[in-house]
Design a protein around this ligand. Structure first.
Ligand SMILES: NC(=O)c1ccc[n+]([C@@H]2O[C@H](COP(=O)([O-])OP(=O)(O)OC[C@H]3O[C@@H](n4cnc5c(N)ncnc54)[C@H](OP(=O)(O)O)[C@@H]3O)[C@@H](O)[C@H]2O)c1
Length: 267
């Protein structure tokens, strides 16, 4: 039986890509699509929005109705929608795949609340490659992290509104956890002026915003006489959309709880 997916943020860059992937992939179909009330996507046919031709699914602005009409929900929108979507999924008993980044404590608490009653996956990056990169970075941190200066460099398109990227922060957490450090204490975001010598205990973040870069992340381990750079480059948003749809298909089979992509691909 085909899985009906509801998409929140359907008019956005990721939303349009998700509509396309959901419709193309065997075993899934678009059940509902919503966007911000008053937004230009609302009222339009979701298929036309994604450049596919009419699907007969209109983009609405009622999140609860969209969630109720779906077997699983995928939300790549803005943090202001997260609590509303999480509450709607809890009310209607629907699993949630959450891709929105830049969440605050209230939104994380809403996801924790949903995870008590239903399955929720939250990943800063739904690409299989970045999931694997995170595991490799942890391994490298355990092996050489103590004697290395560790820097995380990320680049994204000029429209991205949060920095550093959710993926860069997640990579930083992976390094900090592997080394027994607290990222909140040891992160350094950008440098300017008389910074003094670098403290080896810190983890540095550098952000690039330019043009149409889809997403690039490098974790650099700088030692004496050598350095290692682990890099992932996304060349199309399809990788995130395909991962999120795969996650939704997997999540409907899982008991209540909080999951991430590593649970899905088994690294
Ligand atoms: N986890 C991953 O793999 C991954 C990958 C790529 C992106 N992301 C994240 O996904 C999010 C979306 O990225 P994007 O590039 O697609 O951004 P975008 O193009 O700005 O799209 C966001 C969409 O959500 C809509 N929206 C805003 N508030 C809403 C609300 N309260 N209810 C329903 N819809 C709402 C926006 O409408 P308006 O334009 O009218 O405001 C817009 O259509 C960002 O947080 C980004 O960092 C995650």
């Amino acid at each position: 039986m085909s899985l009906g997916i509801g998409i929140v943020g359907a008019g956005g860059r990721m939303g349009r890509m998700l509509i396309d992937v959901v419709q193309r992939q065997p075993g899934t179909h678009l059940a509902a699509a919503t966007d911000r009330s008053g937004g230009e996507a609302v009222g339009r046919d979701a298929g036309e929005l994604a450049g596919q031709g009419a699907l007969g699914v209109r983009v609405g602005d009622d999140i609860d109705a969209a969630v109720a009409a779906s077997d699983a929900v995928i939300d790549f929108s803005l943090p202001e929608a997260t609590e509303i979507v999480a509450a709607a999924c809890a009310r209607n008993g629907r699993p949630l795949v959450l891709g929105t980044t830049g969440l605050g404590e209230a939104q994380q608490a809403a996801i924790d609340g949903l995870a008590q009653q239903g399955a929720v996956m939250q990943a800063a990056n739904y690409s299989t490659g970045v999931t694997l990169l995170t595991a490799l970075v942890e391994q490298a941190a355990r092996a050489i992290g103590v004697q290395s200066d560790i820097e995380i460099i990320e680049a994204h398109h000029r429209h991205k509104v949060d920095a550093p990227s959710g993926t860069a922060l997640r990579l930083g957490e992976a390094v900090a956890d592997a080394l027994g450090r607290d990222l909140r204490q040891c992160a350094v975001y950008g440098r300017e002026g008389q910074t003094g010598e670098r403290d080896r205990q810190t983890i540095g973040f550098e952000t690039i915003r330019a043009g149409d870069i889809v997403g690039e992340h490098t974790v650099l381990f700088g030692g004496d006489g050598e350095r290692i750079e682990l890099t992932h480059k996304a060349s199309s948003r399809t990788t995130f959309a395909a991962g999120a749809v795969r996650a939704a298909t997997w999540l409907v089979e899982q008991p209540p709880g909080r999951y991430d992509m590593r649970d899905l691909i088994g690294v």
